[in-house]
Design a protein. Structure first.
Length: 298
């Protein structure tokens, strides 16, 4: 990676490694869909302001609306509604590790739609990653009191991973390359905020707000840093080095997230959980440690 890509990589890891625990502060008093709405309304407006400062064009051709709506629905509606609800049922660090498996559907979809190779090394590493995550969650599943919640949390996480992966690969398609990255991301966030507001109103009724200062601080952190800044950096990184390679961020992020979860949520590690976490991370490294992919032969 270039120095620019390395900076983007490190910044994304630092922000998204702390995002999981901040999401916890958004849960409890109001419906998660309203929190997602506020997050992306703030994120979209912040990005638009930044684009205006940079002098980037804010108008988009009409033919781009369908692409932006689909991307917004996958990335900013489906993905984050699944994620926020999953955190109601499983520790935030667990969710981060499970989300690290995003590189598997990223690579599969990139092979299907972008003609990128999948190597035997990747298949072996992906299998290790899945096995490790399975061991990590085995402890939760073994406890009758938490089994049902864990299964629901895992199901929501899997749905979020698949939604995010589809959106990731969309950003690497020729269609995405035709539009300015930052203005497109800003409008997609605002479209996502509008769709989330409709969803939230249908699920929970009129807008809700949590008066706690920690909630406001969390909304601003998630909207400005974790959404506007981190997504701008991540999707620029994704376009520069590819979907599977950008998923390398999934290796250090769960390490940071699990460390924070252990300290903040009081998670107690067992030998099986430690082994599962280590196997999952080794699997990610094995899967991603490969030469830059080349187009497959016709």
């Amino acid at each position: 990676m270039s120095p620019k890509s390395l900076f983007q990589f490190a910044t994304v890891v630092l922000i998204w490694g702390t995002t999981w625990i901040v999401i916890k502060s958004q849960l409890g008093l109001i419906d998660p869909s309203w929190s997602v709405t506020y997050r992306f309304a703030i994120g979209g407006l912040a990005l638009l302001a930044w684009c205006a400062v940079r002098g980037e064009p804010l108008r988009f051709p009409r033919q781009s609306l369908g692409f932006l709506l689909l991307f917004a629905t996958l990335q900013f509606v489906m993905n984050f509604n699944f994620v926020y609800r999953a955190e109601l049922h499983i520790p935030s660090g667990f969710l981060a590790i499970a989300f690290a498996l995003l590189m598997i559907p990223n690579a599969l979809l990139a092979r299907l739609f972008l003609n990128r190779r999948i190597t035997p090394r990747f298949v072996c590493g992906a299998a290790l990653g899945v096995a490790g995550v399975g061991l990590l969650f085995a402890q939760q599943l073994a406890m009758p009191a938490s089994r049902e919640a864990t299964i629901l949390g895992l199901s929501l996480t899997a749905a979020g991973v698949l939604s995010a992966s589809c959106a990731n690969v969309m950003q690497a398609t020729p269609a995405a390359q035709r539009y300015p990255a930052l203005p497109g991301l800003a409008w997609a966030m605002l479209l996502g905020a509008g769709l989330n507001a409709l969803l939230a109103w249908g699920i929970a009724g009129a807008p809700q707000w949590d008066p706690r200062p920690v909630y406001l601080a969390g909304v601003l952190y998630l909207g400005i840093l974790a959404s506007a800044l981190a997504f701008a950096l991540y999707f620029d990184l994704l376009r520069a080095i590819g979907p599977a390679e950008a998923a390398w961020t999934g290796v250090p992020i769960p390490i940071l997230a699990m460390t924070i979860s252990t300290l903040a949520e009081g998670y107690r590690w067992t030998p099986m959980a430690v082994a599962g976490g280590m196997i999952a991370l080794v699997g990610l490294v094995v899967a991603l440690r490969q030469p830059a992919p080349r187009p497959a032969q016709a």
